[in-house]
Write a protein that binds this ligand. Structure first.
Ligand SMILES: [Fe+2]
Ligand SMILES: [Fe+2]
Length: 328
């Protein structure tokens, strides 16, 4: 199926009325549902955003997944296993949400594997120690929460509903990361140094997760007008910094930004500027782990082909066996 499906033929000539109805629904803060008429730009924007989000959940399993076999205890292994599995689940909800817009999951996977669709730049950084598992939970899942809680009110129904459940799980992810770091900070000097080192490496890439600054993010305004997106990149980044600074103090680590300080007047923290050239390089494929992540995803897809074939054959057999119209 094509991901740029055009409007059904029966809407020809009726578009102004349908457009008015769509605009009024958005203005009333009501939800657009799969069967409702929607402008093609809205559909395309949503498919792209939801697909990119789904790809990020799936690729995001890799950096931490590498530590499952090396977790320091059975308890940590079980927690990490559950967390990585949750991310697979998030990917599946999101691919399903994209399918309600007429996209095809196999096609979206193909686009990821061929490098025609992106995933979050953050997952192109390496996990060098077990402290990285904690810092990813704290920063990366924390940033995901800042980004995604407003998406629970997104104008597209299936996306908003998927986000409600995903956000509940993300908050568990964030807390498990923070708890892991708390435990390490109560440990040896080496463990505390591992935590600080991981914080130093992940802080700036985490700030980049919110995307380029507002004046370099041309699509944001339209997404906000459609109420797909509720806050600008810079606004969300600021929220993340304000939320994280007191947590860092409590944990006893330093955030690697000499410009970071509370601004009494603004009621927010001032902070330094991320290296936007680095973000662009990583997005374009030149991050430390881009090749490795894509290679692993391609291999997993190829190795999983027999499962897809078997499931399709099984479904066909079931369908042939059941009389037409039978209810399972
Ligand atoms: Fe997730
Ligand atoms: Fe997560």
């Amino acid at each position: 199926m094509n991901t740029t499906r055009s409007s059904p033929a029966e809407t020809d000539g009726a578009e102004p009325v349908l457009q008015q109805h769509f605009d009024a629904t958005i203005a009333r803060d009501q939800r657009i549902e799969p069967r409702d008429w929607m402008p093609e730009g809205y559909r395309r924007t949503l498919i792209r955003q939801i697909a990119q989000h789904a790809h990020s959940e799936i690729i995001g399993m890799q950096p931490e997944g590498e530590w499952i076999t090396r977790a320091p205890s059975l308890r940590r292994k079980a927690i990490l296993f559950a967390k990585v599995q949750d991310e697979a689940g998030h990917g599946l909800y999101l691919y399903s949400a994209a399918e309600t817009l007429g996209a095809d999951r196999a096609d979206l996977t193909g686009r990821l594997i061929e490098g025609r669709q992106k995933y979050s730049s953050i997952f192109n950084y390496p996990t060098l120690s077990f402290a990285d598992v904690g810092v990813i939970g704290w920063f990366v899942d924390g940033a995901a929460i800042c980004n995604q809680v407003p998406l629970c009110r997104s104008s597209y129904g299936p996306y908003a509903r998927a986000m409600v459940r995903i956000c509940k799980e993300e908050s568990f992810h964030q807390r498990q990361g923070y708890e892991l770091l708390m435990t390490m900070m109560r440990g040896t000097r080496e463990q505390r140094e591992m935590v600080q080192d991981a914080v130093n490496r992940w802080w700036w890439p985490s700030l980049m997760m919110f995307g380029p600054p507002d004046d370099a993010s041309p699509n944001s305004a339209q997404s906000m007008a459609w109420k797909i997106k509720r806050h600008s990149n810079d606004e969300l980044r600021r929220r993340f910094v304000d939320m994280t600074v007191p947590q860092a103090e409590k944990l006893g680590v330093t955030l690697p930004d000499p410009e970071l300080r509370w601004n009494e007047e603004r009621g927010h923290h001032d902070f330094g500027t991320p290296d936007w050239d680095e973000l662009m390089r990583v997005i374009k494929g030149d991050g430390p782990c881009n090749d490795q992540r894509m290679e692993r995803r391609r291999t997993a897809h190829e190795e999983g082909s027999w499962v897809r074939e078997a499931a399709t054959a099984h479904a066909a057999k079931q369908a042939a066996r059941e009389p037409k119209g039978a209810v399972a």
